[in-house]
Design a protein around this ligand. Structure first.
Ligand code: HEC
Ligand code: HEC
Ligand code: HEC
Ligand code: HEC
Ligand code: HEC
Length: 452
């Protein structure tokens, strides 16, 4: 047993000893941290960086120092001589136990390194890593994401997709982005659309089956007036989402586009894909129709971006959705009961408070609290608890939508799903995209929804 612990003579030099000590300490630290992580004690995202990146790197560095030390020591003892290879004689009991020891340690090392690599890849795939470690840059998306239906879906399910190739590609891109962040050259706001986004087939469709027939989906939109009673008005839309495919016998409605039997290609002539002068439809029978806006020239089309339409051309903000305006955001919070509607004029005052431009987050939280508390101070019917709730909700609304450091504010990222606050569906459905046979991409309200 002693021979397992006692280092062989050649390794008894300063560099190897430091290496061995470092590797041992890091191995113990790694196992302890891993255990704490597995037991759920680790909640700080930076610990992950320590467990899966820093500690394993130091561990491997320690291991490498051991042979480096032996080599350096050999050179020092006999300068100029080619280092002699040791003769390993397994008939010698001591050498045999050293060999067994080295083999056992190598296995342990390999296990530690592969656990660290596996954990590291997983850790870097986690939404906490994306959203919190890369704090400022991803803050807008992370903050918004937590309030939407994909809050349990990892960032990488949409941004990386399955497969080793995708992972390697994204790690390359990630390294580039990390460099940009480190050198302060990151674009603020982060540009959208993301041109490196993978086709929806490899991301969304891993979870959503495109042929699923959704039928109509009823959406109730509640809006409030800026009067004393915060008067409510309700719009009920029946959205004809539809879906299906030829084999399933249905293929209507909004999801008709992504019905795999149809293919829509378009050309966008601006960065944000908001100006779409040309659309080409190949339907399930293979007939091609080309729709173009009058006056579109061949040069414009040649200079534009050609793209096959998929889920992202409508659902461009499925996970980290921002409100287009303060009015929308406050109305949503009133509808959910977070901003108490009983408070007179709360809609008008909350919209004004969150719509003001603030230089920093601290200014905003203070400013919102001050404006609302001052307004209600001394007003009859303004219960202090209700005012406190209104302040907290308004601060939350602001915090999920405005990020001064990243230059993200109301309307920075347009949502294509709709047509009121951004062109959305009306980029094509405007009655002006005309085919040779005179037909147009229709704008008639009933094409997409009916009102109840
Ligand atoms: C359900 C799928 C989905 C998930 C989950 C998701 N994203 Fe996105 N993300 C998108 C889509 C779609 C776009 C816009 C792509 C486009 O328009 O080309 C986007 C764009 C972005 C952008 C570019 C700027 C912007 O807001 O448009 C950033 C940054 C981003 N996502 C970060 C994140 C982070 C961080 C997470 C996890 C906290 C995350 N995303 C989770 C689908 C997703
Ligand atoms: C890892 C699985 C996964 C991926 C990938 C994914 N989603 Fe989802 N999606 C979900 C889950 C889970 C829900 C929530 C269902 C629920 O709460 O009823 C959801 C809900 C939705 C909804 C309904 C939201 C609502 O308002 O109710 C839409 C739209 C949607 N996803 C679109 C997309 C798009 C577009 C993509 C690709 C950019 C995508 N999803 C990628 C799992 C996923
Ligand atoms: C032409 C635009 C368009 C395309 C393309 C599109 N969708 Fe949708 N989708 C919509 C609209 C509009 C709704 C209804 C939105 C709402 O209820 O707010 C919807 C609703 C949904 C829902 C929720 C349905 C429900 O009943 O809850 C899911 C899930 C979804 N889409 C996934 C996808 C996926 C996945 C793709 C790509 C394979 C896709 N969509 C392509 C426009 C589109
Ligand atoms: C890139 C262009 C483009 C965009 C953007 C677009 N559409 Fe379409 N849409 C088309 C084309 C082309 C047709 C087929 C027109 C025809 O056959 O007359 C179509 C047809 C439809 C139909 C009729 C399907 C049927 O049953 O015949 C519906 C519904 C529809 N779109 C809804 C939407 C909604 C909702 C949005 C926005 C979320 C949207 N579209 C965005 C190009 C687009
Ligand atoms: C090409 C499809 C399409 C056409 C045509 C269309 N809409 Fe819409 N409309 C939508 C979609 C998609 C939404 C958004 C649903 C959502 O927010 O999820 C919407 C939302 C709305 C809303 C509610 C918006 C809100 O959030 O308050 C109103 C009001 C509306 N449409 C009116 C109209 C009127 C009026 C017409 C006829 C001029 C029309 N739409 C034509 C697809 C369409």
């Amino acid at each position: 047993m002693r021979s397992l612990i006692r280092l062989p003579a050649a390794a008894r030099n300063l560099v190897s000893l430091v290496g061995a000590a470092m590797a041992t300490a890091m191995a113990v630290l790694f196992l302890v941290l891993l255990l704490l992580d597995l037991l759920g004690y680790v909640t700080n995202p930076y610990i992950g960086l320590l467990v899966f990146v820093t500690v394993p790197v130091l561990f491997v560095a320690g291991l490498l120092l051991i042979p480096a030390g032996i080599w350096w020591d050999g050179r020092r003892r006999a300068p100029g001589e080619a280092p002699d290879w040791p003769v390993i004689d397994l008939r010698n009991a001591r050498q045999r136990s050293v060999a067994v020891g080295v083999l056992a340690l190598t296995i342990v090392n390999l296990v530690i390194v592969s656990m660290a690599a596996y954990g590291g890849v997983h850790y870097m795939e986690s939404s906490e890593f994306c959203g919190q470690v890369c704090h400022t840059t991803m803050e807008p998306e992370y903050a918004a994401y937590q309030a939407w239906p994909h809050a349990q879906v990892a960032c990488t399910a949409c941004h990386v997709g399955p497969g080793a190739g995708a992972l390697a590609e994204s790690k390359l891109a990630g390294t580039r982005q990390l460099l940009q962040v480190a050198t302060g050259r990151v674009a603020r706001p982060v540009p959208s659309p993301v041109r490196t986004m993978r086709p929806a087939r490899e991301t969304c469709e891993q979870c959503h089956w495109p042929e699923k027939f959704h039928g109509d989906r009823t959406r109730t939109i509640r809006e409030y007036a800026s009067d004393e009673a915060n008067t409510e008005s309700v719009t009920t839309l029946r959205l004809h989402v539809g879906g299906g495919s030829r084999t399933l016998g249905v293929g209507t409605g909004i999801h008709w586009h992504m019905n795999l039997d149809n293919e829509i290609e378009y050309v966008a002539t601006d960065e944000r894909r908001e100006t779409i002068p040309y659309v080409r439809l190949t339907d399930r029978e293979g007939r091609v129709r080309e729709f173009a806006v009058e006056g579109t020239t061949a040069e414009q089309l040649a200079g534009g971006e050609r793209r096959r339409m998929d889920c992202l051309d409508c659902h461009n903000r499925p996970a980290h959705t921002f409100s287009p305006t303060p009015e929308r955001a406050v109305d949503g919070a009133i509808a959910q009961g977070r901003v108490p509607r009983e408070l007179p004029f709360v809609r008008r005052e909350a919209v004004a408070a969150v719509g003001t431009e603030y230089a920093t987050r601290v200014d905003a939280l203070e400013g919102i609290a001050r404006v609302l508390t001052e307004f209600y101070a001394g007003r009859t019917g303004a219960d202090a608890r209700l005012v406190a709730r209104a302040v907290a909700a308004a601060q939350d609304v602001w915090s999920r939508n405005v990020f001064p450091v990243m230059n993200v504010s109301w309307g920075t990222y347009p949502n294509h799903l709709g047509h009121l606050e951004a062109p959305g569906c009306f980029r094509c459905h405007d009655d002006e995209h005309r085919a040779a046979d005179g037909s147009v991409i229709r704008q008639g309200c009933e094409v997409c929804h009916s009102f109840e």
